[in-house]
Write a protein that binds this ligand. Structure first.
Ligand SMILES: Cc1cc2nc3c(=O)[nH]c(=O)nc-3n(C[C@H](O)[C@H](O)[C@H](O)COP(=O)(O)O)c2cc1C
Length: 370
């Protein structure tokens, strides 16, 4: 059986993290993942979408058994309590993925404070709500708050420099996120095969654990990440295409149907984003080339300099996805989509991944060492 320091630190059975995939709700997927023995992450980004994308916000609060009129803290508290209720019997472990980019910091703080408060008021939740995972921003300044309250802190980074900053900030687990990954990605791309060992070499030690994400979706890629020095993997796109996943059936099927070279990069809300290739995303990529060339040149732009029609197009296309409108839909997904050929139950998926990884690792000496 494969075990790693990640399992020991968090108390999960398998060294796998089911990625947060905001702003799209994955409240049910998180429950299924936690109950399958991996770390389940709640996407919380939908909470920022109340005004401009109510279809995204409503999906989050409705599936999380919160009320559409709740304030942010109340809504997320209800989602935490629901998740705990649904994972506690199986010993499932979960946490929120909270984006900490500069413009969201005030809201990020509310979510982190709520996680701390809800656990203090309900001490039995210490067994399930164990982790706070931060993304999309500077890790500096969050450590005391998160770790001081007894949570394990995971932060995701796109580079060695980012990893060193996360280590300095005190993160327990640093996720190295390769450019293969789905949806928001880096301005300056670095892919998993180079990034994983580079981050491991730079920051892994007895106090800091490295996890690899981006392009991981089966036992082979889990075994490869372990061989590169990681103590576990993060998977988003693979979990998107599962029975229990909250994503629209059209979107899940689009992942399964993705073929060779089936994704592309075009502008997303907060920078470059990876989309499943279709005529809509190709149109968006052409527009991005004209209106936000920095997306392809590695030179960040922002809402003050870029053409906002790109964001309008994205919002309209995501709405179309929620409506099941195939012609107008933009659907995010990672390169691993081209290797995903089924839509299993989460627990079967996890079992198959672990079995395959064990076989790969067991066969390596037999096949390659004489
Ligand atoms: C549909 C989708 C939405 C995502 N949204 C977010 C997000 O809001 N915040 C974030 O930190 N990462 C987000 N991600 C990235 C994942 O957390 C994870 O890093 C990525 O999926 C890993 O790569 P993979 O897709 O190859 O497994 C998203 C990924 C997908 C597929």
């Amino acid at each position: 059986m494969i075990k790693s320091r990640l399992c020991d630190l968090i108390g999960i059975k398998y060294p796998i993290i089911q990625a947060g995939m905001g702003p799209f709700s994955n409240n049910n997927l998180c429950v299924a993942a936690a109950n399958a023995g991996v770390l389940g992450l709640l996407s919380t980004g939908g909470l920022f979408s109340k005004e401009d994308q109510p279809w995204v916000y409503n999906a989050f609060v409705d599936s999380g058994e919160a009320d559409r009129d709740d304030d942010m803290a109340t809504a997320i508290e209800k989602v935490f309590k629901r998740t705990h209720r649904l994972v506690k019997d199986k010993g499932g472990i979960f946490g929120p993925n909270i984006m900490v980019s500069a413009e969201l910091r005030e809201y990020s703080k509310i979510m982190i404070e709520t996680a701390i408060k809800v656990r203090k008021e309900n001490p039995e939740m210490e067994k399930s709500l164990k982790v706070i995972y931060t993304s999309a921003g500077d890790p500096m300044g969050w450590g005391d708050m998160i770790k001081g309250a007894g949570f394990t802190w995971i932060h995701i980074v796109p580079s060695v420099r980012g990893a060193m900053r996360a280590k300095k900030a005190g993160a327990d687990v640093i996720v190295a996120s390769g450019h293969e990954g789905g949806f928001h990605t880096h301005w300056e791309p670095l892919h998993s095969l180079v990034l994983f060992p580079a981050v491991v070499e730079a920051v892994s030690d007895e106090k800091t654990i490295v996890v690899g994400g981006g392009g991981v979706g089966d036992g082979k890629s889990l075994a490869a990440a372990l061989a590169l020095g990681c103590d576990g993997v993060l998977m988003g796109t693979r979990f998107l295409a599962t029975q229990e996943s909250d994503f629209h059936p059209m979107w899940k099927q689009a992942v399964v149907d993705t073929q060779d070279r089936g994704t592309l990069i075009a502008r997303g809300f907060v920078g470059p984003a990876r989309w499943l290739r279709n005529s809509r995303s190709e149109e968006h990529a052409v527009n991005t080339l004209k209106k936000s060339p920095g997306t392809f040149l590695g030179t960040p732009d922002d809402y003050s300099t870029m053409d906002m029609s790109l964001i309008d197009f994205e919002v309209e296309s995501i709405k179309a996805t929620y409506e099941g409108n195939k012609e107008k839909a933009l659907m995010a997904g990672g390169e691993i989509a081209q290797r995903i050929k089924d839509m299993p139950k989460v627990s079967d998926l996890v079992q198959n991944i672990m079995k395959e990884a064990e076989e790969v690792i067991a066969n390596l000496p037999k096949n390659y060492i004489s």
